[in-house]
Write a protein that binds this ligand. Structure first.
Ligand code: ADP
Ligand code: TMP
Ligand code: ASP
Length: 247
């Protein structure tokens, strides 16, 4: 596919105009990996491919269950066509098990089950370090309306149900994850960005070992091996995508 103009280059992905359709974009998953607001930066060859294929599969699973997403189609192993969204400057986090920043901020015990799950909203801003915000902050900053926040929360909990079940069948615990939402050209709020080991915590159901970015954040070993293991399990049964995995 011929690529249109580069619209945006982020920490891990690049967005290009679609060569024919104004309402679409091409999202490219690069091999760059960062953590702790760019304190840690590296490149992991093959990571972009894993994240692209995993995201594509999980978006398909969500669409099949009636959850609206921006996903349209794969172009190749590291590029996908998505709807152009007007993004909310919010990150919506959903937690099933207490770990990560939660146990640093509040008196939860590491590994404690959270039932019902906890949903948090963060202001998406590298400058401010993605701080947690409540409805008053969101309203005052004009980030979203009450109805929009309620819709994002509802969709996040539905994503959690669908993906927790899908992953459990593949020996993966969905510990927590981050979603981004936007408004599509039809005016609908849909799930955007990516759903991958960069934006979720995936634990092996038996060993509780990380198959996600925590391997990089905490120097726990071979990052690509973890991402590939997650990818093989998530893509099981999808021979076309499995064949595109590196190695
Ligand atoms: P960051 O911007 O945090 O460095 P990335 O490198 O992942 O992150 O860049 C992807 C960017 O694209 C993010 O800012 C995200 O909000 C934005 N984005 C994701 N999906 C869409 C979409 N469908 N339309 C427009 N922007 C999107
Ligand atoms: P946290 O425990 O560090 O707050 O992370 C919660 C979840 O959000 C975890 O699955 C990783 C994901 N996440 C992102 O996708 N982007 C981020 O910038 C951060 C800090 C976390
Ligand atoms: N994505 C964030 C960063 O690049 C933080 C993280 O995922 O740990 O700094």
């Amino acid at each position: 596919m011929e690529m249109g103009r580069l619209v945006y280059e982020g920490k891990a992905k690049s967005l290009y105009e679609h060569p024919e359709e104004d309402d679409l974009l091409v999202m490219e998953f690069r091999d760059d990996i960062t953590a702790f607001d760019m304190e840690k930066v590296d490149r992991v060859e093959g990571k972009g491919v894993c994240n692209c294929l995993i995201s594509a599969r999980l978006f398909e699973v969500l669409e099949d269950e009636g959850v609206p997403t921006h996903y349209v189609d794969l172009v190749d192993e590291r590029r996908m066509v998505v709807e152009r969204l007007d993004m909310f400057k919010l990150e919506v986090i959903c937690r099933n098990i207490a770990t990560g920043s939660l146990v640093k901020r509040l008196p939860f015990e590491e590994g404690e089950e959270l039932d019902p799950p906890i949903v948090e909203f963060d202001y998406k801003s590298d400058e401010y370090g993605d701080p947690m915000v409540n409805m008053d902050h969101i309203r005052a900053l004009g980030l979203a309306s009450e109805d929009e926040v309620e819709r994002m929360r509802e969709l996040t909990l539905r994503v959690n149900e669908v993906l927790s079940e899908f992953l459990e069948e593949r020996g993966i615990i969905l510990v927590d994850f981050k979603l981004e939402f936007g408004v599509n050209p039809d005016g609908e709020i849909v799930v955007g960005d990516e759903i991958s080991p960069d934006t979720c915590r995936f634990w092996d159901a038996e060993t509780r070992e990380s198959l996600d970015k925590d391997i990089f954040r905490e120097d726990k070993g071979d990052v690509l091996a973890g991402y590939l293991e997650a990818a093989r399990r998530i893509l099981e049964g999808d021979e076309e995508k499995l064949a595109m995995l590196p190695g």
